[in-house]
Design a protein around this ligand. Structure first.
Ligand code: ADE
Length: 235
């Protein structure tokens, strides 16, 4: 998967995405990130990328021209599955949306800033607007990194244990059950006996029960995935 990210702060994003599993995905040629500094496309001699909003109201708006030129140049080279704009009023990022995007070949992510982008960019170039939550960030870079991370880790071959992505919280509409590692007894705090019983069926039942209870407690609004199926519990 190729992800082109349009940003005013390419160095922030490149360092955010150059670690651990995402770095391994790039080393294995399963993902590639290309960072485009929007300012490099500014036609104006002062390299302006933002301007005052018509009608006032305060705050700067990202101008059309540099973004339009950058997206147009990219689109002339390849087809994109989606041109995403990160915005607090976009569609909320969910696991089903990440799953869907993980099968894409080429993505553009435009990071919003200031008061946002000139609406005509959204109307004429953007095919999907994504929010990572109902709060406002200072810029779209962190949102772009969250989208890239949550999508790239799902590409087959990126995670060593293929099943571990399937057993993530939300993959079957349930949050994950608790996990434990050694020591079995830490100052009297013991790991639940069932987990060392070796009885696979009982362990599976225990995990399912914990996951269901946690989901009810922490996500009472209900399971996320429409196709959740308890009999297909993979943990
Ligand atoms: N830009 C500012 N806030 C944002 C959010 N919550 N999600 C995505 N992009 C944003």
């Amino acid at each position: 998967m190729r992800i082109d990210i349009l940003t005013l702060f390419p160095e922030v994003l490149s360092s955010l995405l150059d670690y651990s599993i995402l770095k391994r995905a790039c080393d294995r040629k399963l993902a590639e990130f290309h960072f485009h500094n929007i300012r490099d496309y500014a036609a104006d001699k002062h390299k302006r990328v933002d301007d005052y909003a018509y009608s006032g109201g305060g705050g700067m708006v990202m101008m059309i021209q540099p973004i339009a030129d950058c997206i147009t140049a990219l689109k002339s080279e390849r087809e994109y599955d989606e041109i995403i704009y990160t915005a607090p009023d976009g569609e909320l990022l969910t696991q089903p949306l990440c799953n869907q995007m993980s099968s894409y070949k080429n993505l553009i992510i435009l990071c919003g800033h200031y008061k946002g982008v000139d609406e005509r960019i959204r109307e004429h170039f953007i095919t999907k607007e994504i929010s990572i939550g109902n709060y406002v960030l200072t810029g779209g870079e962190l949102a772009a990194a969250v989208i890239a991370d949550s999508v790239v880790r799902l590409i087959p071959g990126v995670l060593n244990d293929e099943m571990s992505a399937l057993s993530d919280s939300f993959q079957d509409g349930l949050v994950s059950p608790p996990v434990y590692t050694r020591p079995f007894d830490y100052n009297g705090w013991k790991v639940p006996e069932v987990l060392i019983s070796g009885n696979e069926r009982q362990i599976k039942e225990w995990k399912l029960e914990k996951a269901v209870r946690r989901t009810e407690e922490r996500r009472p609004e209900g399971r996320q995935a429409d196709d959740a199926d308890e009999t297909d519990f993979r943990r």
